[in-house]
Design a protein around this ligand. Structure first.
Ligand SMILES: N[C@@H](CCC(=O)N[C@@H](CS)C(=O)NCC(=O)O)C(=O)O
Length: 218
């Protein structure tokens, strides 16, 4: 059997895996989990696969991976013949990518949590979560502004890597949690650069860039 992804359409974390597989042209079989309202990810059958009760989970033969950042690293190493999505030959580059993967966790814990509160009514100190999310987004904005001065579009240089894929969903989806992008022009440009990548796919709340020429011709 090929790759299986335990998935939920509205999960920004699962979308990271779906997006990278689309960009790399990797086939997989989705296993839909009724995250809401069913709470299937907290039931015994799913907890036997991932005791943390979180999505996504990737299964490849005997290997089960339960963290979206780990899944991105695995997919890039296994399926990227160009060795650009997760280059591992330069320790400095690898270290910086891993730093952004950890940063993506902070986005999930702040902007992602605010989104779950606003969309699904999860209990949360929403003002604190939004304040913390803005602190995280300000760090991202400052970094992307510096990169822009150097002429680089992406988090670790002129090519996209798994660092960009990891940080993209909860940044793009943050308005769902009441965290707008008005003060973040560099982030807005970076989000567009990712949406321009060949093979980009959408999820609810994150749309592809439509071809304006087709619309004008219609
Ligand atoms: N560190 C994990 C966190 C993933 C995560 O938080 N996933 C959300 C769905 S987007 C989840 O399953 N949360 C469980 C819950 O809120 O009940 C990862 O990156 O895979």
């Amino acid at each position: 059997m090929g790759l299986q992804l335990y998935d939920y359409i509205l999960s920004g974390s699962a979308y990271k895996a779906r997006l990278l597989m689309a960009l790399l042209g990797v086939d997989y079989q989705p296993v839909a989990i009724d995250f809401h309202p069913g709470g299937e990810h907290k039931k015994p059958d799913f907890l036997a696969i991932n005791p943390a009760g979180t999505l996504p989970v990737l299964v490849d033969g005997d290997l089960t991976l339960c963290d979206s950042q780990a899944i991105l690293a695995y997919l890039a190493q296994k399926f990227d013949p160009t060795d650009t999505w997760f280059p591992t030959r330069d320790p400095g580059v690898t270290g910086r990518i891993l730093q952004w993967l950890a940063f993506a966790g902070r986005l999930t814990d702040t902007a992602g949590a605010a989104r779950l509160h606003d969309m699904l009514g999860r209990p949360l100190n929403i003002e604190k979560a939004r304040t913390n999310a803005h602190m995280v987004l300000r760090e991202l904005e400052a970094h992307l502004t510096e990169q822009g001065f150097r002429g680089d579009n992406f988090l670790t240089g002129s090519n996209p890597t798994i660092a960009d894929i990891a940080c993209f969903p909860y940044t793009a989806l943050s308005p769902d949690g009441g965290i707008d992008h008005d003060d973040y022009p560099a982030i807005r440009k970076w989000l567009v650069a990712i949406r321009r990548l060949p093979g980009f796919i959408e999820m609810p709340g994150i749309h592809r860039l439509h071809d304006m020429r087709d619309e004008a011709d219609a």
